[in-house]
Design a protein around this ligand. Structure first.
Ligand code: WT7
Length: 632
């Protein structure tokens, strides 16, 4: 188990230590894990190159740190409690021992299909225990997992498989989500038409629907698992070998394959899980995220299981069958720590407090939030109605690229403040810089959030494109890791995240690049050009507003065109990327160099007319048209 901070002075002491001697600090934590060979050097780094390595030459397998390390004590303890979409279907419990055997079986299956250390295995699965089994089985044999969120389209899936060059895809016949059945196999089949690299598809039966079958390629999970041995020796890996690739949106271009490596990610997710949530042995912890995103990777699977926790995994949605599903689950399993997103909180708040007030949830001790800034109203509702005023809220700021939580209260230890992520975790060194890169010290300052020193959980590169890694994170402010977020440090030294300052929008905690959505809109034969910006949305945090240049006025056809554009985006990316509002325009505000002046569009969708300097525009007259047509 990692060392646990239990007082405020303990936090201050550990923080100081982590700054004074980072290598010593993290070594001490890493020593609590099981290594085949200890590391010879704790850290090597250069943010200019950029290059970061932790626990150099250390050898280990992350799954031995989940299983072999815990089995003596926890063989019969639930590792995963799985709650199905439909509450009348039986739930499933996988103890550490059971999960261990399933993971080993599937590890043997992968081996029998020729998967080797370093190979990529793609997953397109709903929130079922098989997803956890596949991830850990992949890690057990030293292969690299790449999970694609089951809400992505065939095109998005194909793009990710091709970029990662994954030979094996694991999917399901379908997935349940509220009242819907999601045809995953059908979408996977469509994707595979343009992924020649995929040799085999393994299909988990979940919904029992008829699906197309390709005898040369498709294999049933249950057929393969039937005779597989429940023992598979773990591949011994280097600390800096890749663990997984997870794609995320950037401000430009195609999705970025964020790469995490084994040793540092392991130490970091375990340490942050234990300390932020103040997990106590025997607790039941419930993170309501999807494993298709980093939150699920780090805080449903790796962090909790590395610490020997019991992790609840939920297949469905918070409003099915009724908007009290989370509270029901919390009471059913006696959940002690609960972790969700501001968007989920706002959508439940909107349903009325009677849905939550009837649940006492006496076991709840800690509430967490992640994914986007939480507004004060949602914070108070969460605190008063869910936490009954007695549970601290940990507002955890981090990113796919950071691997784990970076700025957050430690539950019950660091005093909270609504909408503030509060203070950095030990080992995390945030710095605020102005647009010229000047560091802003002291209190009451606002600017770009950067991190000036490496931490073990940070992404090491973008898969196959190290130059882009450098461009995206280390070039805006040389020598610093740039997060893309704006931040404020207040009079208490507390951090408040203000949101993205690049062309990334955060819709219901899902990160989307405006360029990606524009490309999808521009595919439509009637669209000449488009520009997408985020606007404040009461539930989703940000909504998607698209300015679309279409030929003359398509009198009377506006609504049809809007609908077909939305469908197109859903098909090319995902339904989550569909624009909420589409305004047809005759042109976009452009500078003499031909760049769209997005600042103006952002102002318009906020209902503001304070445009600043517009003298560099070639077509200032367009602004009036845009304001006139602005859709509230
Ligand atoms: C972006 C990262 C980290 C898991 C989920 C999202 C925003 C994240 C917070 C928070 C304000 C937050 C940031 C960040 N964000 N947590 N507590 N308060 N903003 O991961 O998809 O990589 O997105 O989410 O803008 O840069 P992601």
């Amino acid at each position: 188990m990692v060392p646990k901070i239990s007082t405020l002075s303990g936090y201050l002491y550990e923080y100081q230590k982590s700054v004074a001697n980072p290598a010593g600090f993290w070594s001490h934590i890493a020593e609590t894990f099981y290594w085949h060979k200890p590391w010879t050097k704790t850290l090597e780094w250069d943010f200019h190159k950029p290059e970061v390595k932790w626990f150099l030459n250390g050898q280990l397998n992350i799954t031995e740190n989940i299983f072999e390390r815990h089995l003596f004590l926890r063989a019969k303890q639930p590792a995963i409690i799985w709650e199905p979409n439909d509450p009348s279907e039986p739930h499933r419990v996988l103890t550490y021992e059971e999960l261990y055997e399933e993971v080993n079986r599937f590890a043997n299956v992968l081996k029998s299909l020729g998967v080797k250390k370093g190979d990529r295995v793609a997953m397109y699965l709903p929130m079922i225990p098989e997803l956890v089994i596949v991830m850990l089985a992949t890690a057990r044999i030293g292969a690299i997992h790449s999970i694609v969120f089951a809400g992505f389209s065939a095109k998005a899936l194909a793009e990710r498989i091709n970029d990662a060059q994954a030979k094996i895809l694991i999917t399901a016949d379908g997935g349940f989500r509220g009242t819907k059945v999601i045809p995953l196999k059908q979408t996977a089949d469509e994707a595979i038409r343009s992924t020649p690299i995929v040799e085999k598809t393994i299909v988990v039966r979940r919904v029992g629907q008829n699906i197309q079958w390709n005898d040369n390629r498709d294999l049933w999970w249950h057929d393969l698992m039937k005779d597989a041995s429940p023992r598979c020796e773990a591949e011994i890996m280097d600390a800096e070998d890749p663990l997984f690739i997870l794609y995320t949106s950037g401000s430009t271009g195609k999705p970025k394959g964020v790469l995490h490596t084994i040793g540092g990610y392991m130490v970091y997710t375990a340490y942050t899980f234990r300390n932020v949530f103040q997990y106590r042995d025997g607790d039941v912890y419930f993170c309501a995220a999807d494993i298709g995103w980093i939150t699920g990777h780090s805080y449903i699977v790796y962090g909790p299981l590395l610490e020997g926790a019991t992790s609840v995994m939920f297949e469905g949605i918070p409003t099915y069958p009724k908007p009290d599903r989370y509270w029901q689950i919390i009471e059913k399993y006696g959940v002690n720590e609960f972790y969700t997103s501001p968007t989920a909180i706002r959508s439940l708040l909107a349903k009325g407090e009677e849905w939550v007030d009837k649940y006492e949830m006496p076991t709840l001790r800690v509430l967490g939030t992640v994914g986007e800034p939480i507004n004060e109203e949602a914070w108070h509702w969460y605190h008063d109605h869910v936490g009954k005023g007695r549970c601290p809220i940990v507002d955890t700021w981090w990113q796919t690229e950071t691997g784990g939580i970076m700025i957050s209260p430690l539950a019950g230890i660091i005093p909270t403040k609504p909408a503030y992520a509060t203070l950095p975790l030990p080992g995390v060194r945030p710095v605020i810089v102005d647009n010229e890169g000047k560091k802003l010290y002291g209190k009451n300052v606002e600017g770009n959030l950067c991190i000036e020193f490496p931490w073990p959980g940070m992404a090491r590169t973008l898969w196959g494109d190290h130059e882009r890694y450098k461009q995206a994170y280390f070039s805006a402010f040389p020598g610093l890791y740039f997060t893309g977020d704006g931040v404020k440090r207040d009079e208490d030294g507390y951090y408040r995240i203000l949101g993205r300052i690049d062309d990334v929008i955060n819709v219901s905690g899902h990160r989307l690049g405006t360029a990606e959505i524009e490309n999808a809109l521009n595919e439509h034969p009637l669209v000449a050009e488009s520009a997408v910006v985020g606007y404040p949305h009461p539930i989703k945090g940000q909504g998607i507003y698209a300015f679309v240049v279409a030929p003359e006025k398509l009198k009377g056809l506006d609504d049809e065109l809007r609908e077909s554009l939305r469908k197109g985006v859903a098909k090319l990316i995902s339904p989550i990327a569909k624009p909420d509002k589409i305004q047809f325009v005759s042109g976009l505000p452009k500078t003499r160099s031909g760049k769209i002046m997005r600042r103006i569009l952002r102002k318009i969708v906020q209902g503001s007319t304070d445009f600043g300097d517009t003298s560099t525009l070639t077509n200032p007259e367009i602004i009036e048209e845009l304001i006139q047509g602005y859709q509230k």
